[in-house]
Design a binder for this molecule. Structure first.
Ligand SMILES: C[S@@+](CC[C@H](N)C(=O)[O-])C[C@H]1O[C@@H](n2cnc3c(N)ncnc32)[C@H](O)[C@@H]1O
Length: 339
């Protein structure tokens, strides 16, 4: 059944649908973007492109970031939202080439389409996790948790500030036209407290994702022993107070309700929330440009071959239209040896 029909039937029975449910349905319903059988979603032929799909140097840079802190341990790799598995493949090969022993590979991937693709792609054993708590950690392992454009695909609720209250923005349909409505929210006081360091004015938009907060808490519960965490995403440190919802189809930005099928929906990531959740590990936030400049393997830094040129394109953000500058990397780790 088309996504549009499903959205309509929810609106018919409930009167409206929240932005978060709408995006979750559009991305992850059985016929949603990430589960559809369309072959090349994330590629130049598909709907959008990501750094690992452009160059393996992105993955090598993440490996160097990891290797600077850990080099003589068994490595348990865990990728959040691996998609095609290109980054996993690059990281696995690079770490092995640097004599690291990969003891286990775990993947958190919600899309059944990508899970099937990943099963076929890799010859080594993979632990597919439905939930982070399912991870099986061994004593001697260091956990290397990484992701690219994972957190931006976690959906969020949107609220509008009016007359000193937050109202939830929802989608409804009137006279056959979709429109946004504002509904009173029981969370209004909670949100004012949660974001009390900010001053909001009428018509400011707030994005708040309980799903993201739950994922961060799940992560906290597995980051107990030696670990290195590195996530790259597009987002912000200070609330932009406007909608960051982005719809991409066939490499073009489109507007909400222009169409309903084959669209990737994403939100800017609140890096400040991640920093605060893990502040005891002193997270480091750098731009994607700094990540590659600082951690690109030396031999590639010196050459200007094809792959290096591609990496430089990522650095300058040309490939990501207007978003290149908003790509950031957050990393932190715990190494008991440093005690
Ligand atoms: C924008 S794609 C990025 C894919 C890949 N990391 C890359 O850089 O090409 C987001 C990926 O995260 C997965 N994903 C999104 N939300 C998820 C969730 N809540 N749990 C597990 N996987 C999720 C999607 O299925 C998809 O594979």
């Amino acid at each position: 059944m088309p996504i549009k029909t499903k959205v309509d039937s929810i609106i018919n029975s409930l009167g409206s649908i929240s932005i978060q449910d709408f995006v979750e349905l559009s991305n992850f319903d059985s016929e949603g973007f990430y589960n559809s059988n369309e072959e090349s979603k994330i590629s130049t032929k598909g709907h959008f492109i990501t750094s690992p799909e452009i160059t393996p140097l992105f993955g090598y840079s993440l490996c160097n970031q990891f290797i600077r802190e850990f080099h003589d341990k068994d490595v348990h790799l865990i990728e959040l939202g691996p998609g095609n598995g290109t980054l996993m493949s690059d990281i696995y090969k690079y770490l092995e080439s640097k004599d690291n022993n990969i003891s286990q590979v775990s993947l958190l991937e919600k899309s059944t389409y990508f899970r099937e693709k990943l099963k076929k792609k890799f010859s080594f054993n993979i632990n597919f996790l439905n939930h982070l708590s399912e991870i099986n950690l061994k004593n001697n392992e260091v956990l290397f948790v990484y992701s690219n454009e994972f957190f931006d695909s976690i959906s969020s609720k949107q609220y509008i500030f009016k007359n000193n209250n937050f109202y939830e923005i929802k989608i409804t349909k009137k006279n056959n036209t979709y429109e946004l409505i504002y509904e009173e929210s029981l969370l209004s006081d909670y949100l004012k407290k949660f974001y009390s360091e900010y001053i909001f004015e009428d018509n400011d938009i707030l994005e708040h994702s309980n799903l993201l907060i739950n994922y961060l808490e799940d992560l906290k519960s597995i980051l107990k022993g030696n670990f290195f965490f590195s996530a790259t995403d597009y987002g912000y440190q200070k609330l932009p107070k406007k909608s960051t919802l982005r719809l991409i189809s066939n490499h073009q930005k489109i507007k909400l309700f222009d169409k309903f099928e084959n669209i990737d929906y994403s939100f800017g990531v609140n890096f400040n929330l991640i920093e605060n959740t893990f502040k005891k590990f002193n997270p480091i936030l750098i731009s994607q440009k700094e990540l590659i400049t600082k951690y690109l393997p030396n031999n590639f830094q010196q050459s200007r071959q094809n792959e290096t040129e591609k990496a430089i394109d990522i650095i300058s953000g040309k490939i990501f239209s207007d978003m290149g500058d908003s790509f950031n990397n957050i990393s932190f780790f715990y190494n008991e040896k440093n005690l």
